[in-house]
Ligand binder design. Structure first.
Ligand code: FMN
Length: 176
C-alpha cells in the first residue's frame, strides 16, 4: 500500500502535522511519501492520498489549492483524506466570527464534491518568528498556552482512523 501525504505549509507547523500522520501510517505498514504538495508531479503508483494545508485569512496555501486542481481526476479514483490546520489563540466557542475564521469554505466544499472521505481541522501554531506587522500583532495578543494549539493525540488518532480504513479497504480488495 503506497500512500502520499502532501502538505502546504508556510511556517512549518503543518509540515510537522503531515510528518506525524505519515509516521503513523508507516507504523501500520504503509509505504509513505511525505512531501510538499507543489512538488508532486503525478499520483501514479499511489493507492491513497492525505492532503493537508495551513489556512491563512480563510484560504488554503496556493500549492494545496493547485494540488486539488491539478490532480482532481486521479483523486476521483483514489481514497483520499484532507486536513486543514489553522485555529490558534484562545478558543471562543460562543463567537460565530471565530467559527468563520477556521475554514476556507469554498475549498472544503470542493474537496467534498471531489470525493474526499473526510476533512478535519486541527489546531495550528503561530509563526515562531513573526515576520510582519499582522503576525507580530497576533503573537502579542495570543496568550502563550494558545500559540500552539496542535493536539498530537488528536492528530495521531485521526491518522490511526485513516490507517484502519485503508487496511479495511485493502482486505476487501479492489471494487468490482
Ligand atoms: C496572518 C495570519 C492569518 C491566519 N489566518 C487564519 C485563518 O483564516 N484561519 C485559521 O484557521 N487560521 C489562520 N491562521 C493561523 C495559521 O493557520 C496557523 O498559524 C497555522 O498553524 C500555520 O501553519 P504553517 O506553520 O504550516 O504555515 C493565520 C495565521 C496568520 C499568521
Amino acid at each position: 500500500m503506497r500512500v502520499l501525504v502532501a502538505y502546504a505549509s508556510k511556517n512549518g507547523s503543518t509540515a510537522e502535522i503531515a510528518e506525524r500522520i505519515a509516521g503513523e501510517l508507516a507504523r501500520t505498514g504503509a509505504d509513505v511519501d511525505c512531501v510538499e504538495a507543489g512538488t508532486v508531479g503525478s499520483l501514479g503508483g499511489y493507492d491513497a492520498v492525505v492532503l493537508g494545508s495551513a489556512v491563512y485569512t480563510k484560504r488554503w496555501r496556493p500549492s494545496a489549492r493547485r494540488f486539488v486542481r491539478r490532480h482532481r481526476r486521479a483523486l476521483a479514483g483514489l481514497p483520499w483524506w484532507v486536513f486543514s490546520s489553522g485555529p490558534v489563540g484562545e478558543p471562543k466557542p460562543d463567537d460565530p466570527r471565530a467559527t468563520a475564521w477556521l475554514e476556507p469554505p469554498r475549498t472544503i466544499a470542493r474537496v467534498e464534491r471531489l470525493g474526499a472521505r473526510a476533512h478535519v481541522v486541527f489546531g495550528g501554531r503561530l509563526p515562531l518568528q513573526p515576520r510582519n506587522f499582522v503576525e507580530r500583532a497576533m503573537a502579542r495578543s495570543t496568550p502563550a498556552p494558545f500559540a500552539d494549539r496542535r493536539d498530537w493525540d488528536e492528530i495521531v488518532a485521526w491518522a490511526a482512523g485513516v490507517a484502519a480504513e485503508l487496511q479495511a479497504g485493502s482486505r476487501a480488495g479492489p471494487p468490482p
